[in-house]
Design a protein around this ligand. Structure first.
Ligand code: SF4
Length: 393
């Protein structure tokens, strides 16, 4: 069996800029993210953590992608990762569809702090993005406010991380991840704290330490703080991008899957985003929009377009049912549904002049959890699109 190749730096991934984004590859990645990929080898993966999670990480035709590999429904996926004489390929019914390169364990995972904390317990490498949940507890976890898709407590319970990372720890790991494994940015998130700033200032302090030590651009993710002036303080700490995640634009679904976020309300998110766009600039503020939780597709598209109108990048992703979350028994949404939503959102983004390549750091820069950015090059600025007719397979 071929040895998985390493090296984030040599990939011509999305962050490095691909000459011709390919709608066909977008379709394949959407399929893989919906149906999963059967693997014969263990892939480096993300399991648990804040927000939607649970995914194997690999490069498909040079593009970063996270795809389900361990969920039960993956066993029936028609897609398989196979070793070849040289490298790997994605196959369906014996037909080779794309080259693949599993993400190899980063070198910095073998290091530890002077106190003996392994670097991999402080921050993981998600393909080419250093990622950490700086406070691995959440005021909503374990009570009626817990977000149903979230697995933040799972990783902590499994002993795969520590409860709180310090700015100093993260700075040390970021330097190593950049120098040894080619990390190109850092994505820092936090569980929500029971303080008026909701944890925004601590994650921003961590981000400042990472940026100052490593020079990496940093995205920090947090809930809308009670006083929106906190967003300006986050910006003043040298943070490059902000993720403020509403998760869904369907208010009924929001109330069911994230009761605390529902109390902020979708208009509350828009108020926070307006302040954040004023602070960070258009395209540097993003929100996750998770598909497959029972949402109304028209409300979803309308919400994405309203966000785009004020300069927010809606990062549309399929649900990844996380083991240990309240949604662990759900399945991912159909690829056809996801691609339909992408096709309605991406041309609008392009018409507004927004795109993944303009994002400095974070999930919307990385794009591995969605096929959206692969469609960006297929959309005309006038909002029309060349995207292909969907397959019914
Ligand atoms: S706010 Fe929701 S998604 Fe974020 S860490 Fe808490 S429970 Fe998870």
């Amino acid at each position: 069996m071929a040895e998985p190749q390493t090296g984030v730096a040599q990939h011509a991934g999305r962050s490095a800029g691909q000459a011709q984004p390919r709608a066909g590859l977008a379709h394949l990645i959407t399929e893989l993210q919906g149906r999963g990929l059967r693997v014969e080898v263990a892939l480096e993966s993300r399991q648990g953590g804040a927000g939607p999670a649970d995914a194997g990480m690999l490069w498909i035709d040079g593009f970063a992608a996270t795809v389900p590999t361990s969920a039960d429904y993956v066993r029936t996926s028609p897609y398989a990762l196979r070793a070849e004489d040289e490298g790997w390929g994605v196959y369906r019914d014996g037909e080779r569809l794309a080259s693949a390169e599993p993400f190899r364990r980063p070198r910095y995972y073998d290091l530890a702090t002077a106190d003996g904390v392994p670097y991999w317990q402080i921050a993981l490498l998600h393909l080419d993005s250093l990622a950490s949940t700086v406070i691995q507890t959440c005021a909503y976890w374990g009570n009626s406010d817990q977000c149903t898709f979230c697995g933040i407590g799972v990783t902590l319970a499994n002993g795969r991380t520590i409860a709180k990372k310090t700015p100093e720890m993260l700075a040390e790991v970021a330097v190593a991840a950049k120098e040894l494994d080619g990390a190109v940015d850092a994505t820092l998130t936090t569980g929500t704290t029971a303080t008026p700033d909701k944890g925004a200032l601590y994650v921003a302090r961590c981000g400042r330490a990472v940026s100052e030590a490593s020079g990496l651009p940093v995205e920090v993710q947090f809930e809308p703080p009670r006083d929106l002036a906190v967003i300006d303080q986050v910006r003043d700490m040298g943070i490059h991008s902000a993720g403020i995640h509403v998760e869904t634009f369907d208010p009924q679904v929001l109330a069911r899957i994230a009761p605390a976020k529902a109390r902020t309300g979708i208009d509350g998110y828009f108020r926070a985003w307006e302040r954040a766009v004023a602070a960070f600039g258009e395209g540097q503020v993003s929100t996750y929009v998770i598909l497959g939780m029972g949402e109304d597709p028209d409300l979803t598209v309308a919400g994405c377009r309203r966000a785009i109108d004020i300069g927010v990048y809606p990062f549309v992703v399929p649900l990844r049912p996380t083991v240990g979350s309240l949604m662990e028994h759900m399945t991912a949404p159909s690829p056809e549904y996801c691609e339909t939503i992408y096709r309605r959102v991406v041309p609008y983004l392009a018409a507004r002049g927004l795109g993944a390549r303009g994002v400095a750091a974070g999930c919307a820069r990385c794009q591995a959890c969605s096929a959206m950015s692969l469609l960006e090059g297929s959309a005309e600025k006038n909002g029309r699109t060349y995207l292909p007719i969907l397959s019914n397979r």
